[in-house]
Each structure stands twice: as structure tokens, then as C-alpha cells.
Design a protein around this ligand. Structure first.
Ligand SMILES: NC(=O)C1=CN([C@@H]2O[C@H](COP(=O)(O)OP(=O)(O)OC[C@H]3O[C@@H](n4cnc5c(N)ncnc54)[C@H](O)[C@@H]3O)[C@@H](O)[C@H]2O)C=CC1
Ligand SMILES: O=C(O)C1=N[C@H](C(=O)O)C[C@H](O)C1
Length: 215
């Protein structure tokens, strides 16, 4: 496939580009701070940038009329709504975490949440010192899945790709669910799965859960 990336010079943009090229696909378009790279029209666009770039991304996918996969975190409720509106015209996969492990983590949380009334619940996330948003998008997803007000502690440590821990405790025990991304490849792999998923899809707003558990 011929793919394009918004934020192609960044950490995730680079990792996604590398992985797709290793699989034999062609990087034909990119957008970053210093402008556009164009060699051909892309068949899909992947966005790992910043929330303030979203308007530009929407303009590009509308012009090219191609599917969008977006992993950028820190989007406002209004921005998520504008993506949902856009999904009436093109297929979109959106997720704050494209790793398989976090999807499984969320399944476990969904299973246990009805049994933890009265427990103390805390989320701790740790990421590299360059991360701009706080708390992480994934921590917000875990909280949303719990359907409770839960405190989130954010650590910014060296070069950590992404750790999430959920602590649940009653007076007699502590239950811990934890996930560590060992490298950005874990997220890029999920983006690759999403690309194969979205090329055959009707317009609509999909999340990574739809990609993972399609059948
Ligand atoms: N959903 C997921 O699985 C994951 C999401 N992320 C998210 O992806 C995003 C990017 O993360 P990283 O690659 O680590 O950041 P990064 O800072 O390395 O990359 C962001 C890229 O966007 C570009 N950019 C910034 N402002 C711009 C502008 N105004 N116009 C055009 N380009 C602009 C930067 O130059 C940079 O190349 C963050 O929101 C992060 O939280 C990161 C990892 C996994
Ligand atoms: O910025 C990152 O690096 C990451 N961001 C995502 C988030 O905010 O949850 C996902 C991952 O943990 C890495």
C-alpha cells in the first residue's frame, strides 16, 4: 500500500514508517513541522502528532479522500466529535493505545469492574520525559472503562516507552494489573493491523478494539 504519515519525523511516525517499509509498503506522503513531503497520493493516512495538528490532518484526508488511522493523544471532546463527523465521509480508526496488551488489559478491567465497589483504585502511568500530555491517553481509557472517578499519577522518566499500572485494594489484599510496552514497535504493530483492517471498511468510526476482536 502507499501510505502517508502526519508527524512522520517524530518517534512514532518514524517507527510506523520503518515497520510499513519492512513489510514492503511505500511511504509516499508526509506532513511535519517543516511542511509537506509528496511523491504520490497515499491510500491511507496515519497521524501521530499533536492535537493542534488535527485541523490540518482533517483537511488532508478530505482532500485525498482516504482512510485515517489516528493515535495522537490529548484530543479534546470537541476534536473527537469532529473525527466522528468526518467518519461519515471516510473510515477512521482511533485509539490512544495501539498495543495488543492494553486491549487485553481493558478486557480484564471490564470483567472485574462490577466486583470492586468500596475498593481503593489508583492508576499509575510512566512515560519518557519528552511526552507532552499528562495524564496519558491510555490512563484515560482505563479510567473510562472503570466508569469511576479514579486518581491518576503520571511519572515522566528517562526514555520509558509506556507503562500503565492499575492498583485495586481492599483491607485484605491488593490486586495489580500492569502493562509495559518494551518498545514503540508494540504500537506500530497495532497500526499495521489497523491499516489492513481499514482498507476494506465502510465509512465509520472504529476503535482498536474493533480491529483486535473483529471476528
Ligand atoms: N496511540 C498510541 O498507541 C500511541 C500514541 N502516541 C501519541 O502519538 C503522538 C506522537 O508521539 P511521539 O511520536 O512520541 O511524539 P514526537 O514529538 O516524537 O512526534 C510528533 C511529531 O509531530 C510533529 N509536529 C508537532 N507539531 C506540528 C505541527 N504544528 N505541524 C506539523 N507537525 C507537527 C513533530 O515535529 C514531530 O515530528 C503523541 O500524542 C503520543 O501521545 C504515542 C505512542 C503510542
Ligand atoms: O506518548 C507516548 O509515548 C505514548 N502515548 C500513549 C498514551 O498517551 O497513552 C500510548 C503509549 O503509552 C505511549
Amino acid at each position: 500500500m502507499k501510505f502517508g504519515i502526519v508527524g512522520y519525523k517524530g518517534r512514532m511516525g518514524n517507527e510506523v514508517k520503518l515497520l510499513f517499509e519492512e513489510k514492503g509498503h511505500e511511504f509516499v506522503w508526509g506532513y511535519d513541522k517543516d511542511g509537506e513531503y509528496f511523491s504520490q497520493t497515499p491510500e491511507l493516512i496515519i497521524d501521530f502528532s499533536l492535537p493542534e495538528v488535527l485541523e490540518k490532518t482533517i483537511e488532508f484526508v478530505k482532500n485525498f479522500k482516504v482512510p485515517l488511522i489516528i493515535g495522537t493523544t490529548g484530543l479534546s471532546e470537541e476534536q473527537l466529535q469532529s473525527l466522528k463527523l468526518l467518519s461519515q465521509e471516510i473510515p477512521i480508526v482511533q485509539s490512544y493505545n495501539f498495543s495488543i496488551g492494553i486491549q487485553l488489559f481493558l478486557k480484564v478491567v471490564d470483567l472485574l469492574k462490577e466486583y470492586i465497589d468500596g475498593w481503593d483504585i489508583e492508576i499509575v502511568e510512566a512515560h519518557h520525559r519528552f511526552k507532552k500530555d499528562k495524564p496519558s491517553g491510555t490512563a484515560k481509557m482505563i479510567k473510562e472503562c472503570l466508569e469511576k472517578e479514579v486518581p491518576i499519577s503520571s511519572l515522566r522518566l528517562g526514555n520509558v516507552p509506556g507503562d500503565h499500572i492499575l492498583y485495586l485494594a481492599n483491607l485484605g489484599e491488593v490486586l495489580t494489573i500492569s502493562h509495559r510496552a518494551l518498545s514503540r514497535r508494540a504500537f506500530a504493530d497495532g497500526v499495521y493491523k489497523s491499516a489492513n483492517f481499514i482498507l476494506n471498511k465502510e465509512n465509520g468510526f472504529y476503535i482498536f478494539e474493533d480491529v483486535m476482536f473483529e471476528n
